[in-house]
Write a protein that binds this ligand. Structure first.
Ligand code: SAH
Length: 345
């Protein structure tokens, strides 16, 4: 496999291309092109001979859109093909304040959550930083055509994969987003099932992205039934790591909580959850479970509102996440699954 140019930041790209005779300003031109998703033939201000030499050793584009599904609410789900043929998904959501892109960080996932479609076949491989950046670059190219002037302003690492199981590449991606796409850490959210060591590492490395932690139950014994990673990472340790991240970054922690009927929405659940969410700035994002074929059931409007009310009564800051793209297989892994089933993959 050729080296991928979007894996490099500006300085390392200049160092990488210097032996090919590319001066610094030339490397900067190329850096600009690759961040707009431009392939070698269209790099019009770069000499043809250099483009030819680059193409022998490098790829300029790490991800390509091979399918898109547009929802009635404007949400767009992309199916991307990576250079090795791997398929991943990304979702572009339109909010009042702008566009948010949900990116995948791994092909598959090894966390094995019972309700999630992305991890059903385990982990295939990590994405590189430049491949994750490729998802955002593709989304911006798409917007250039559909909504001129608009750009991805926020990025959430909530697609397939466990970002903290791919720490080096994910943190490199966060830096590239800021340098190459103008998306600062205030506009980035990272969602984890709670890998405590790497939550602390993220804090120690000085990151200030919004940390989202998938909780889904306030009780260890119940949580492990749907999240096998809970065997290694106890809730009390996750809360301690979350507090540590808050202290270092100053950022409020978000807990994600997929509501499941008969499983995690009782008064006892609300009480225990309120106990965990005490004494530090945090917010609970309630997500109506998107049913993906497991035995776990979602909730109706009344049940969701009921649980929210219980939490509010206990002084917990919580909201129900608006569900976008319900008509386009919006939940994790569903579009890819459908595509591979229809195409014999
Ligand atoms: N691995 C990371 C990020 C990917 S999933 C994590 O575990 O946080 C992003 C969020 O969607 C997580 O909170 C995850 O638990 C949730 N999720 C996965 N499948 C879901 C489903 N079918 N319905 C509702 N939420 C789901």
């Amino acid at each position: 496999m050729k080296k991928l140019l979007t894996d490099y930041d500006k300085a390392s790209l200049a160092a990488e291309l210097a032996p090919l005779g590319a001066e610094r300003y030339r490397a900067e031109q190329i850096y600009g092109w690759i961040n707009r998703g431009t392939d070698f033939p269209e790099m019009s201000n770069v000499p043809k001979t250099l483009r030819g030499r680059l193409a022998e050793e490098y790829d300029a584009v790490g991800a390509a859109i091979i399918k898109e599904a547009v929802s009635r609410d404007g949400t767009v789900k992309f199916l991307f093909r990576l250079r090795d043929g791997s398929l991943i998904e990304g979702v572009l959501m339109k909010y009042k304040y702008g566009y948010t892109m949900c990116v995948s960080t791994q092909v598959g996932c090894r966390m094995g959550c019972a309700f999630c479609a992305s991890g059903k076949d385990g982990l295939f491989r990590n994405l590189t930083a430049g491949e994750m950046l490729g998802e955002v670059i593709c989304a911006n190219s798409y917007l250039e055509k559909k909504d001129p002037g608009a750009r991805v302003g926020n990025v959430v690492l909530m697609g397939s994969g466990e970002p903290l199981d791919n720490y080096e590449n994910v943190t490199a991606f966060i830096r590239l987003l800021t340098e190459g796409q103008g998306v600062g850490q205030r506009g980035i959210s990272l969602s984890t099932c709670g890998l405590t060591g790497n939550i602390r590492r993220l804090a120690d490395d000085g990151f200030s992205v919004t940390l989202c932690i998938s909780l889904h139950s306030p009780f260890d014994d119940k949580r492990v039934r749907v999240m096998p990673s809970g065997r290694s990472y106890k809730i009390s340790d996750i809360i301690a790591a979350a507090k540590y991240y808050f202290e270092k970054s100053g950022r409020r922690i978000i807990f994600e909580y997929a509501m499941m009927r008969g499983f995690n929405i009782s008064a006892a659940d609300a009480k225990a959850l309120a106990g965990l969410a005490k004494n530090f700035p945090c917010h609970v994002n309630l997500i109506p479970l998107n049913e993906t074929g497991s035995a776990l059931a979602g909730v109706n409007r009344r049940e969701a509102d009921g649980f929210l009310k219980m939490l509010a009564g206990l002084g917990v800051s919580a909201t129900i996440r608006r569900s976008l793209g319900e008509d386009i297989e919006g939940a994790c892994g569903q579009l890819k699954r459908k595509y591979t089933e229809n195409n014999g993959g």
